[in-house]
Ligand binder design. Structure first.
Ligand code: CUA
Length: 313
């Protein structure tokens, strides 16, 4: 069964994965058995009761109580098993344990932000401790997204103007991919993130040091790292390729024609404003879809990104 499970499904990396998979296999195997049984019956009966001569007439059959009760009661029992089993799992998944470690998740087009108790915000990287329940309190800044970690068997919609939650307990340190599973626009398929599961000790260390690691870095190098880490590169290339947003190449100092018909020069102030208030100036031919980075990038980080863009001539 374990081999079969590994072949069919992603690895089971959370405490609830095994139970969820057991129900999946029960439904799957029951359906396959029924499919095979019914197919054999259809083929056999069509052969057995085939027309043998021209005056072959089917007898009039009004009903057969025993048969009708059988084909009603057996599916009812199967369905009730699936319902009870599924309800149990659903209730378990909906109620996080009281001691769960809480992390805020914000979905934006097209990235995931994770806010920790220290105030640190990571983009597209979810860091969690192993062997401890983690509760994610999620909301969206724009459209509906959906948060999915296949390895943990958790998935829930992420909505604007209201919170939804999921919880899980990762069993061992490692990495697992996070997908957005609600079609949310052009770069939906790039709205991916990674879960990093640490040992409890490593997690504590990570939480304390996160954010201060950049302090001594060269601005241009830091800027280059930041545009990747903050998922800017999902929509902005650095080689002139036009994605959902304008490329960084040749941006600095250039003249931008806006949707309004005005023109502006892309200087430091323009780039800073575009990071904090992306919809203030929309360049002609582009959609106003970029999320604001106010609150998730500090001044030093914005400076670094500007310095990096300056190098891309
Ligand atoms: Cu967010 Cu698809």
């Amino acid at each position: 069964m374990n081999r079969f499970s590994e072949f069919m499904l992603p690895p089971q990396k959370s405490t609830i994965a095994e139970g969820t998979d057991a129900l999946f296999h029960f439904i799957n195997i029951t359906s396959v058995i029924l499919l095979i049984g019914i197919t054999i019956a259809i083929v056999y009966f069509s052969w057995k009761y085939r027309r043998r001569s021209d005056n072959d007439v089917t007898p009039v059959i009004t009903h057969n109580s025993a048969l009708e009760i059988t084909w009603s009661v057996i599916p009812l029992i199967l369905v009730m098993i699936v319902f009870g089993w599924g309800l149990n799992g659903y209730v378990n998944l909906s109620t996080a344990p009281d001691d769960a470690y809480e992390i805020r998740v914000v979905g934006k087009s097209w990235l995931w932000e994770f806010h920790y108790e220290t105030g640190f915000v990571s983009v597209n990287e979810l860091h969690v401790p192993a062997d401890r329940p983690v509760k994610l309190v999620m909301s969206s800044d724009d459209v509906i997204h959906s948060f999915y970690i296949p390895d943990f068997r958790i998935k829930n919609d992420v909505l604007p103007n209201r919170y939804s939650t999921v919880w899980f307990e990762a069993m061992e340190p490692g990495e697992s991919v996070i997908f957005c599973t609600e079609y949310c626009g052009m770069a939906h398929s790039n709205m991916m993130a990674t879960t990093f599961v640490h040992t409890q000790e490593d997690f504590e260390t990570w939480l304390i040091t996160a954010g201060s690691a950049d302090d001594n870095m060269d601005p241009v190098e830091l800027g280059e790292q930041l545009v990747t880490r903050n998922a800017c590169t999902t929509c902005h290339s650095s080689d002139g390729t036009v994605l959902q947003g304008p490329s960084y190449q040749g941006l600095f100092g250039s003249e931008r024609v806006l949707e309004s018909g005005e023109t502006v020069i892309a200087d430091e102030n323009y780039i800073r404003e575009s990071i904090l208030e992306p919809n203030a100036k929309i360049v002609e031919g582009y959609q106003p879809v970029m999320p604001s980075y106010a609150g998730s990038l500090n001044d030093r980080q914005i400076d670094a990104i500007i310095e990096y863009i300056k190098t891309l001539e």
